[in-house]
Design a protein around this ligand. Structure first.
Ligand code: GDD
Ligand code: MN
Length: 370
């Protein structure tokens, strides 16, 4: 027989007023200290914490579960087959019902003593940000190299931001739920930068307060920031710059296609120079270009759903098949148009466009499906 579930308890239940959203990816040894710090810093506030875990393998979800069995303020949202700090935060907020929420890291880099101040700021603004870059703030714990990268990312964010914010890269902020619900349908949810996403997705600029805090060194474990995160940031920028007119992925896919064309011509030139039969040279150039495009798209265009390990091999195989069909359609359509119209460049362009849209649409479904 299974063990009986739960026992009735007396006394009125405490309804939380604040949800703390904490994304986690392999943060086992940071869970308990994080909850202990929240417990200490949020005296007098009815809070809950939602850990949003993306299938950590180090025992993080088990540690959260163990805590949640003792402490009703602790909740766990597990996601399988998904990755991403921003989308984890969005899902975490949507899983709550409190009038306000805070987002923070699970590694004690964000000092929870700031949370009561952020909440007080929400009396007069929509969004209260913990900032490293206003007077009194400190981001030096990021290290010199990351510090420079953070500054560059902050500069680039001005391309899409409509209001001055000193630290739109911050992962530590508080917001009212009503305002979040207003922007939520337009969020991209790509990559690491949920705050920037929120700022840019608001219909009218949000009223913002920035409060200084000292970004602390990581308590334990490693940062999840990688080169891929930079590519995801680029994807977010392009997506917001195009404002939904052309999908960002299609633009990046086309840019990769343009690079592929140059690779194709370079290989063709060398192969012809080596006196390979032309058809063979062209086939070789096509193969190299397709392979090049697959890896570039896997790294850049689909940074947020990159295929890894064995999935690279199957993905590459599907990409070869899809692009081959695209090439046949391209030549067929260009040829048909040319016989009726006989303007070579228009026929060629139409064929290439149909081929590229086919490659994009079908590889989105089969090669990089979620
Ligand atoms: N669920 C989930 N899924 N959580 C993730 C993922 C993911 O794919 N990637 C990272 N996390 C969690 C980490 O476990 C950590 O709790 C938090 O998100 C931040 O990740 P870190 O790896 O610690 O990032 P960082 O310290 O380099 O950067 C942080 O601070 C910067 C400065 O404020 C982030 O908050 C950045 O967004 C922020 O710009
Ligand atoms: Mn961190």
């Amino acid at each position: 027989m299974n063990a009986p579930i739960g026992e009735a308890e007396d006394g009125p239940p405490v309804v939380p007023a604040l949800s703390v959203i904490v994304p986690t990816l392999n943060e086992l040894t940071n869970i308990e200290p994080t909850v202990a710090e929240l417990d200490r810093a949020l005296r007098g506030i009815a809070w809950e914490v939602v850990f949003v875990d993306d299938d950590s393998r180090d025992g993080t979800p088990e540690a959260v579960t163990a805590l949640a069995l003792r402490d009703p303020r602790v909740r766990l949202l597990r996601r399988l087959g998904r990755r991403g700090l921003a989308s984890a935060c969005i899902d975490g907020v949507l899983a709550t019902t409190t009038p306000a929420f805070v987002v923070m890291d699970a590694d004690l880099q964000h000092d929870p003593d700031l949370i009561p101040l952020l909440l007080r700021a929400l009396d007069t603004v929509d969004l209260a940000i913990g900032s490293r870059y206003v007077a009194g703030g400190d981001g030096t714990a990021l290290g010199a190299r990351r510090g420079v990268a953070s500054r560059i990312a902050t500069l680039l964010s001005r391309l899409i931001l409509r209001q001055p914010v000193s630290d739109p890269m911050s992962g530590f902020f508080a917001m009212r739920r009503a305002q979040f619900d207003e922007v939520a349908p337009r969020l991209s949810g790509i990559g690491f930068k949920i705050l920037l996403d929120i700022l840019v997705s608001a219909k009218t600029p949000l009223k913002v307060a920035e409060l200084p805090f000292r970004f602390r060194p990581r308590h334990a474990g490693d940062s999840k920031l990688s080169a891929g995160i930079a590519a995801e940031y680029l994807l977010l920028l392009v997506e917001k710059l195009c404002a939904g007119i052309v999908p960002a992925r299609y633009l990046l896919f086309s840019a990769v296609g343009g690079i592929g064309l140059m690779v194709h011509l370079a290989v063709l030139a060398v192969a012809v120079d080596w006196r390979l039969p032309f058809a063979l040279a062209q086939a070789l150039a096509t193969w190299v270009a397709m392979t090049n495009n697959f890896f570039l798209n896997n790294f850049l265009t689909y940074a947020d759903q990159r295929r890894r390990g064995w999935n690279v091999v199957t993905g590459l195989a599907s990409f070869y098949v899809i692009c081959s069909i695209g090439a046949i359609a391209n030549v067929g359509i260009a040829n048909a148009i040319y016989t009726h119209w006989s303007v070579w460049w228009q026929a060629g362009l139409a064929g290439a466009l149909v081929g590229s849209v086919w490659n994009y649409a079908v590889s989105a479904i089969y090669t990089w499906r979620r």
